[in-house]
Design a protein around this ligand. Structure first.
Ligand SMILES: [Zn+2]
Length: 354
């Protein structure tokens, strides 16, 4: 009996020490192996609020995460950011000017959190409902002075080495001779196949694909949903024992808010939320994956009554919601540049940015 008592005391003491270890972040020691960053383009706090109201007042899955905070989103040259500068802040931890992708205002190449993860042997993925060369996804794997340099961005994305890349439209990946947009004659689809990627063009092809390294260039009527894309990515990235970094963008909340189409915007928030459910299910099973949901900026100056007050973006701070190891690092009033810094800290990617 006495032995049992001693053992019990030992177990309780050890459990107590473990609890202390969980509660106190130790610098340089990782708490998670993997991170999933989900971005609602244009998803301000009222876009979330009105989506919740539209679904009968039940909190969205993203709102049921245990920790939340608020992000400022200004760029280096404007209170009101665009998606390129905001994507660059979320990817590199540095501010840049509107329109610039993965570079500083002086044009200097900035390392992205995805590149840092890849260099550390983690698997990587980019998912978007925009084109892969769109400003937000491009910010994680490309470096150009203007978001309009689509030909250059698509070539950089194709050569990025990212394991899973799923987005829409193949135009900038194909030469004009093959019905694409490229002036330089390069066939990036053939180049990516040559580099070992399985390239798919429909949701059906994605479901049947077997390869671990995969590129999707979908069309609107036959493409997969964000949740299907996240599920396909996690089935592959989750195999790496060293972990992974996955960024997911629902781009079209922004597009619908520019057009003042509230119902369509809310539907898009719902599609992102379904992808959040897929990410959270994985993270709950896995136990060592951090999930962060945020936005690059608010679009439309939406009011609580559901009225839009501008056709552009605003500087309204956006929400950040987090689940998983050390998710409490994403609370309070922080800046968009803090997001990759804190992800790097939680998943043990060293001091980021350098
Ligand atoms: Zn926009």
């Amino acid at each position: 009996m006495r032995l049992r008592g001693t053992r019990l005391a030992c177990i309780l003491l050890c459990a107590g020490l473990l609890c202390v270890a969980c509660a106190v972040p130790v610098s340089g020691e990782k708490a998670a192996d993997s991170a999933i960053l989900l971005i609602g383009d244009g998803m301000g706090p009222l876009q979330i609020h009105l989506a919740r109201k539209a679904s009968g007042g039940e909190p969205l899955a993203m709102e049921r995460t245990p920790f939340s905070g608020t992000l400022t989103t200004h760029s280096a040259d404007s209170d009101v950011t665009d998606s390129a500068a905001a994507g660059t802040a979320l990817a590199t931890g540095r501010k840049t000017n509107n329109g610039m992708v993965g570079v500083a205002p002086d044009g200097r190449h900035l390392e992205t959190i995805l590149e840092r993860a890849r260099a550390a042997g983690r698997s990587t993925g980019i998912i978007t409902t925009d084109a892969l060369h769109g400003a937000t996804p491009a910010s994680f794997a490309a470096h150009v002075e203007s978001r309009g340099e689509r030909e250059k961005i698509a070539a950089q994305i194709a050569a990025s080495g990212v394991d899973v890349m799923l987005g829409f439209w193949k135009g900038w990946f194909l030469p004009k001779s093959a019905g694409g947009e490229r002036e330089d004659g390069r066939d990036l689809v053939a180049e990516m196949r040559g580099a070992g990627y399985e390239v798919v063009f429909t949701g059906d092809e994605l479901r049947q694909a077997k390869g671990n390294r995969i590129v999707g260039l979908f069309e609107d009527d036959t493409g997969p949903t964000p949740a299907e894309m996240v599920s396909a990515a996690l089935a592959r990235l989750g195999k790496n024992p060293k972990g992974f970094f996955l960024v997911v963008e629902e781009a079209r909340i922004d597009w619908e808010c520019h057009d003042h189409k509230l119902e369509a915007a809310i539907e898009r928030v719902g599609l992102l939320d379904a992808a959040v459910v897929t990410a959270l299910d994985f993270a709950r099973d896995d136990g060592s994956t951090l999930v962060v949901v945020t936005a690059d900026h608010e679009t439309g100056g939406l009011t609580p009554e559901g009225k839009f007050t501008t056709g552009g973006h605003t500087d309204t701070p956006v929400r950040v919601l987090a689940f998983g190891p050390r998710a409490q690092r994403f609370t309070g009033q922080i800046d968009n540049t803090d997001v990759p810094r804190r992800i790097a800290e939680v998943v043990g990617l060293g001091s980021f940015p350098e």
